[in-house]
Design a protein around this ligand. Structure first.
Ligand SMILES: C[S@@+](CC[C@H](N)C(=O)[O-])C[C@H]1O[C@@H](n2cnc3c(N)ncnc32)[C@H](O)[C@@H]1O
Length: 287
């Protein structure tokens, strides 16, 4: 019997102990709390990797992961076990709020301070969020005949999504229904020939966004204080103590008076005391 006979159909379901290993693993590495019952998800996401390594038992893979110095494999598991769902103009209310309620005074203040506005998209996934932000800011400038400089730092723990985001190429079905026609016209190149149906973000927008890996639960610090931080649709994966730790960390990276946006279905838990609530999951760090 060749190795081929041991492919996925031969892979037995995870035992409760094996599932617990992966549950603890992703909790330790990323803070993600999978809960009791995500065995099917773990198998679905990792079985292809076992096949590629020609491993036909979960315990062999677990042993492989436990090998010291297996850093590349660790990264791979984290990339496979994070959920990266995102879209352009997601939770559009936030962008409207930013432009109408927050930006005018910020722009005036930046004019006085003569510095760029610093934004951080702190779980940016495939780039839709930071690119939407840059497009909204460019649109605001054009509509209001104002000029200001800004920078967007975009980070994620998943190195695959960051690579995708840097390439800045998206399918028509992601771009067209989500963005106003004039955004597509102004900020994307339309693919031709073999690239028909895909869209590439123009350099005018790409150059405003800098992507880099960053783990929200690590001790790493970004040596910059931000005016606005987007931390959307990532807190839902954390348990209460991790959430509190991450919110405190984000708070330390905000300027006094700076704004924090979390997902519309998310809460910042017990650390609401650190912020003034502005509604719609938007907060301001107490000045
Ligand atoms: C569902 S996506 C949200 C993307 C975007 N913010 C949005 O709202 O559309 C969640 C992202 O959080 C990232 N993530 C999960 N745990 C993380 C951690 N510990 N540090 C940094 N990013 C993390 C995932 O890789 C994923 O790309």
């Amino acid at each position: 019997m060749g190795l081929g006979a041991h492919e996925s159909s031969d892979l037995k379901p995870l035992t409760p102990e094996e599932y617990l290993f992966f549950r603890n693993y992703i909790m330790r590495e990323a803070g993600i709390d999978l809960g009791e019952n995500k065995s099917a998800l773990v198998m679905g996401r990792l079985s292809k990797r076992l096949r590629a390594l020609r491993l036909f038992e979960w315990k062999m893979y677990i042993r492989y992961l436990k090998d010291l110095g297996n850093d590349e494999e660790r990264k791979l598991v984290v990339n496979l076990l994070t959920t990266n769902k995102t879209e352009f103009m997601r939770e559009a209310h936030h962008f409207q709020f930013l432009v109408e309620k927050y930006l005018p005074s910020l722009v005036q203040q930046m004019g006085d301070e003569k510095r760029p506005i610093y934004f951080w998209s702190a779980a940016c996934s495939k780039g839709h969020e930071p690119y939407t932000l840059a497009m909204v800011l460019e649109d605001y400038k054009a509509r209001n005949f104002v000029n200001f400089d800004y920078r967007i730092l975009a980070t994620d723990i998943n190195t695959d999504v960051l690579e995708f985001a840097e390439a800045a190429v998206y399918e028509s079905m992601e771009v067209k229904p989500a963005l106003p026609a004039h955004f597509i016209e102004l900020f994307f190149f339309k693919g031709l020939g073999s690239r028909e149906g895909s869209y590439r973000v123009k350099d005018q927008i790409r150059s405003k966004v800098k992507f880099r890996p960053f783990n929200l639960i690590s001790d790493e610090v970004i040596p910059l204080l931000f005016d606005v931080i987007f931390l959307r649709n990532v807190l839902i994966y954390f348990n209460q103590s991790t959430l509190q730790h991450v919110v405190e960390k984000i708070h330390r990276h905000l300027l006094p008076g700076g704004a924090l946006f979390v997902g519309l279905s998310e809460s910042i838990g017990d650390r609401r005391d650190l912020f003034e609530s502005l509604g719609y999951s938007t907060y301001r760090k107490w000045p």
